[in-house]
Design a protein around this ligand. Structure first.
Ligand code: MF3
Ligand code: CO
Length: 261
């Protein structure tokens, strides 16, 4: 069941999504060699709560933390731990949600830790651009498959893998609503996009093979070949005038530009 949102509801979603972006910026400021993913999770949780929201990932199907932090070959759903220490050259995906005023915000960003390899830099650039290519298709009258195909074609044109096992989703009063938004597919297929729909597009792109493994902790998804993966996500409302991105990567990018250590 796809819930169409009113303009007022979209503004509540936007408030949440902007808080998610600010939280990602706050986490990004603290990503440096030596910090643990557990410490980053605490920074996110405190920031979310001090802004009047709660972190709905805690307890979601038993998930134990406010954020998912996935390093290098981890694709998504990495559980923050005090054993996972960030080092220079890592790429770190942080995925988090907020809940306030009855609605959820959701976004993810993959951060570079200091100097990373040219290969990793390219993977980040292409994954983010794949998200933008998908977003350009997020307009009324198109279908979900138009988004999926745009993401897939762009990522695969660089020889990267497109993860099949996980996908984007509708966003609203619940973290995961219909429709599912795969990162691969065929143009003209899938659910029709209508004004008032809000969806999260979230390409998960691998440097090597697209196959993934689910770790025994019940959550962490990593590449089978242990090559790096990147993940960017944001929320988009389908409006009369086209895609309306509710999250703001600009806030994050401004924050990390000013970091020096
Ligand atoms: N924020 C994630 C998403 O993009 C959800 C993570 S699953 C959870 O859909 F269990 F960690 F919440
Ligand atoms: Co999501």
């Amino acid at each position: 069941m796809i819930y169409l949102k009113t303009d007022e509801e979209i503004e509540l979603l936007r408030e949440n999504c902007l808080l998610v972006s600010k939280t990602l910026a706050e986490v990004g400021r603290h990503i440096k060699p030596g910090v643990t993913t557990k410490e980053l999770d605490k920074i996110a949780e405190d920031f979310i709560r001090s802004n009047g929201a709660i972190p709905p990932q805690i307890g979601y199907e038993g998930y134990p933390a406010a954020t998912c932090i996935s390093v290098n070959e981890q694709v998504v759903h990495g559980i923050p731990t005090d054993k996972t220490v960030i080092k220079e050259g890592d790429i770190v995906s942080v995925d988090l949600c907020t809940f306030m005023k009855g609605f959820v915000g959701d976004s993810a960003y993959t951060f570079a830790v200091g100097a990373i390899s040219d290969e990793a830099r390219k993977l980040l650039e292409v994954t983010k651009e794949a998200l933008y290519k998908g977003t350009a298709q997020a307009k009324a009258g198109n279908r979900v498959g138009d988004i999926s195909a745009a993401v897939q074609e762009y990522a695969e044109s660089f020889g990267y893998g497109v993860v099949r096992e996980l996908e984007g989703h509708g966003l609203g009063r619940k973290m995961h609503e219909d429709p599912g938004v795969p990162n691969y597919g065929a143009r003209g297929r899938g659910p029709l996009l209508k004004e008032g729909m809000v969806i999260c597009i979230e390409p998960m792109i691998t440097m090597g093979n697209k196959a993934v493994v689910f770790e025994r902790d019940g959550w962490t998804v990593r590449t089978r070949d242990r090559k790096p993966a990147a993940h960017f996500e944001f929320a988009v409302a389908i409006r009369k005038n086209g895609p309306d991105v509710l999250t703001d990567f600009g806030i994050i990018e401004q924050a990390i530009e000013q970091v020096n250590w």
